[in-house]
Design a protein around this ligand. Structure first.
Ligand code: ATP
Length: 243
């Protein structure tokens, strides 16, 4: 039958500092085992959506003021971010938040403290051989691409059910972007990890996703299976830059 819904965002509204409303009734779903893209222009509210799901909103004086987020059938409201990580929801933040003063391997060890399942660093090194070569290097000295690999590697160690990925291509060359996306697709195919992927690079996001949502000013304006959106004239013109 139909795959279960691992993540459901239902009519969520988010307000920062009790004043600025950024999400205006946003809804989306991620089916178990699927990669879903969340696209939209700068400031549409994509990062805010991921923070609303993972609980990181509270760190920025933001709050869900209406609606609900369900992970694995249970509301995330009132659950601390670390509890959600332990439950299998891992947020890879924009800008590759890693510990620059720790080595690559220490960064992976730190990910296990977050309460994920194993200490399967070999798995990380299998997906990212570059990280194996650099395992004793300080993370701050890695290239941008290697830091993004490490950020995703930290998620792998936690063995989550779903990864929220915020702009994995940010600041990377086209070649490195392709490499990262190839590995994202492999992780999904081989581990069955569900993913909600925020990307500026719509073409790259479409290449690895089965379903996509496009948002503008805090709500979803277009959604559908990627194969249908790829044939949609407006989507091609405005989001893929193809006539
Ligand atoms: P980008 O790709 O530029 O990150 P985005 O779609 O991810 O864009 P958000 O980062 O979610 O958008 O920002 C959406 C809106 O919320 C923007 O207008 C932004 O200024 C505002 N915003 C984001 N974070 C905060 C905050 N901590 N306090 C107040 N306003 C915020």
């Amino acid at each position: 039958g139909e795959p279960a819904t691992v993540l459901a965002v239902n009519n969520v509204e988010v307000v920062y500092n009790h004043t600025v409303q950024v999400l205006r009734g946003l809804s989306l779903q991620v089916a178990e085992g699927s990669v879903v893209a969340l696209l939209g222009s700068n400031g549409a509210g994509k990062t805010t959506t991921l923070k609303a799901i993972s609980g990181l909103l509270a760190l920025e004086n933001g709050a869900i003021t209406a609606g609900d987020v369900q992970f694995d059938g249970a509301s995330v409201r009132g659950q601390a971010p670390h509890a959600l990580v332990r439950g299998g929801l891992f947020h890879v933040m924009e800008g590759r938040r890693i510990f620059e003063d720790l080595t690559v391997e220490e960064n992976l060890v730190a990910a296990t403290y977050a309460g994920g399942a194993g200490r399967d660093f070999d798995l990380v090194y299998e997906y990212f051989p570059r990280l194996a070569e650099r395992r004793r290097a300080l993370a701050g000295y890695l290239s941008g691409g290697e830091q993004q690999m490490l950020a995703i590697g930290r998620a792998l160690v936690a063995a989550p059910r779903i990864i929220l990925l915020d702009e994995p291509s940010l600041g990377l060359s086209p070649m490195l972007t392709e490499e990262i996306f190839t590995i994202i697709a492999r992780i999904n195919a081989e581990r069955g990890t569900s993913m909600l992927l925020v990307e500026q690079n719509a073409a790259m996001a479409f290449a690895v996703s089965s379903y996509a949502y496009i948002m503008e000013t805090g709500r979803i304006v277009i959604d559908g299976p990627v194969e249908r959106l790829m044939r949609d004239q407006d989507v091609r013109e405005f989001y893929l830059g193809m006539g």
